[in-house]
Design a protein around this ligand. Structure first.
Ligand code: NAD
Length: 435
């Protein structure tokens, strides 16, 4: 059993810490947000992630997991240090590595014996080298250390499952000692371990996210054609996905990707390519198509409602995807902003993201449940595909709406069923059934 610390206790750090504690290790989760740490110490979880609260509480009780706002304590008490701080986008699209550099300096100052430093955050290629250089610059003694790249592929909403059952564990290292320590930490997890050089590991993460984003933009571009010719993109995706070389995952047309990863990682990857003299035009188009999907959706709303001013628009779903409360880069934000600018009254509901949404949205009505959203609305928009919305009583929904109009930004509902009830249903690339 190892002594591990995680610096940065957000979506990734907290899940990593809780899962490694569950596997029997002694884990300290650190963060410079003292308010967050105080909440965590009480066994309360500042984010919504299914199963996480139970895992944290169980391991707090067993004393396998603890929290601190002291980076010194985390570095002092552990042999393996994961860096899981945020790496948001700067204005120019570059990744902001201020947090990474700050943590590297602190590790250098406090490190006494050998430490294995694991780069878990998503970072541009060559960041591990910079971490190494930073530590060597600030270190006070001749302590040995290794820096490895170990990108994380978990998805919010199924983060614990993804951490415990990954498709692969990527370890980028040039040191056998480091590779062995990390491989033994991950031993209880049944997944192929891919040992690579450090730069390859860093690139695997950016290339993976860029590829998945490309699949989403590809199917969204196909959806545009489906709408014009009267085909159904869901059928097209099914036909495509049955081809094992292609696969069905990430072929859901809709409002496009959002969240804290794809948009920023794509920007960073385009930026890295630019810096080394390669114009990654493919990814620029992926990004453009993604942005256009939100405009395309707004166009559908406008071309149906005609005048937006003083219309009441009900919105179901605010988080960037279901099973999370994460509002970072959520399509709902752009959509609400555009509709409010045109003078619409907005009513919203989300099963988990209401608290975070209240901090970001002004001048909208937050409703207690989906049916409240529908009351006297001229149009119902489906923006996040929470299961709860699939199970609504659509006869009741129809009675509550001013007009039986549903615009489904996630293609989650059954157009034929809704048509039978008397709705006008508009999806993304559903062709037939649209007005
Ligand atoms: P987050 O914003 O939820 O968490 C980051 C945490 O780091 C915050 O709690 C913040 O207070 C803390 N922090 C920032 N600077 C610090 C410092 N100097 N010292 C100590 N703590 C500091 O971010 P996240 O979603 O957990 O993402 C973390 C990294 O993991 C990012 O690079 C992201 O791209 C990557 N990643 C995220 C996901 C995901 O689904 N969220 C998946 C894979 C990889």
């Amino acid at each position: 059993m190892k002594k591990v610390s995680i610096i940065g206790s957000g979506y990734v750090g907290l899940v990593t810490g809780a899962c490694l504690a569950e596997l029997g290790n002694f884990v300290i989760c650190a963060d410079n947000d003292t308010k967050k740490i105080n909440v965590l110490k009480k066994g309360l979880i500042p984010i919504y992630e299914p199963g996480l609260e139970k895992l944290v509480r169980r391991n707090l009780k067993k004393k396998k997991l603890s929290f601190t706002s002291s980076i010194k304590e985390a570095v002092d008490k552990s042999e393996i240090i994961f860096i899981a701080v945020g790496t948001p986008s700067l204005e120019n699209g570059e990744a902001d590595l201020t947090g990474i550099e700050n943590v590297a300096r602190h590790i250098a100052l406090y490190m006494k014996g050998y430490r294995l430093i694991v780069e878990k955050s998503t970072v541009p290629v060559e960041t591990c080298e910079w971490i190494k250089r930073t530590i060597l610059t600030y270190i006070k003694n001749k302590t040995e250390f290794d820096v490895v790249s170990n990108p994380e592929f978990l998805r919010e909403g199924s983060a614990i499952h993804d951490f415990m059952h990954p498709d692969r564990i990527v370890i980028g290292t040039e040191s056998k000692r480091a590779g062995d320590i990390l491989a033994s930490l991950y031993k209880p997890i049944n997944a192929p371990v891919l040992l690579t050089n450090i730069k390859s590991a860093e690139l695997i993460k950016h290339a993976s996210n860029a590829f998945l984003a490309t699949k989403i933009s590809f199917i969204n571009a196909v959806a545009r054609i489906c709408d014009k010719v009267g085909a159904d993109v869901k059928e097209v995706a099914e036909g495509l996905g049955l081809d094992k070389r292609i696969g069905r995952a990430f072929l859901d047309a809709g409002l496009g990707y959002g969240g804290s990863c794809f948009p920023k990682d794509l920007d960073a990857f385009i930026n890295i390519a630019h810096k080394i003299g390669y114009n990654f035009e493919l990814l620029k188009m992926v990004r453009k198509i993604n942005q256009e999907q939100r405009e395309f959706f707004l166009h559908k709303i406008k071309s149906t409602l005609w005048i937006i001013k003083e219309k009441t628009i009900g919105i179901l779903g605010l988080s960037f995807k279901p099973d999370t409360d994460d509002m970072r880069n959520a399509p709902s934000l752009d959509i609400i902003d555009a509709l409010r600018n045109e003078g619409a009254y907005i009513k919203v509901y989300d099963p988990q993201a209401m608290k975070k949404a209240r901090e970001l949205l002004r001048g909208v009505t937050f409703c207690k449940n989906p049916y409240d959203v529908c009351k006297s609305a001229d149009c119902l928009l489906l923006v996040t595909e929470w299961d709860e919305f699939r199970a609504l009583d659509f006869y009741k929904v129809k009675k509550l709406l001013n007009r039986p109009l549903i615009i489904d930004g996630r293609n989650m509902l059954n157009p034929a069923l809704l048509k039978d009830i008397g709705f006008v249903y508009i999806g993304i690339g559903r062709g037939i059934g649209d007005v």
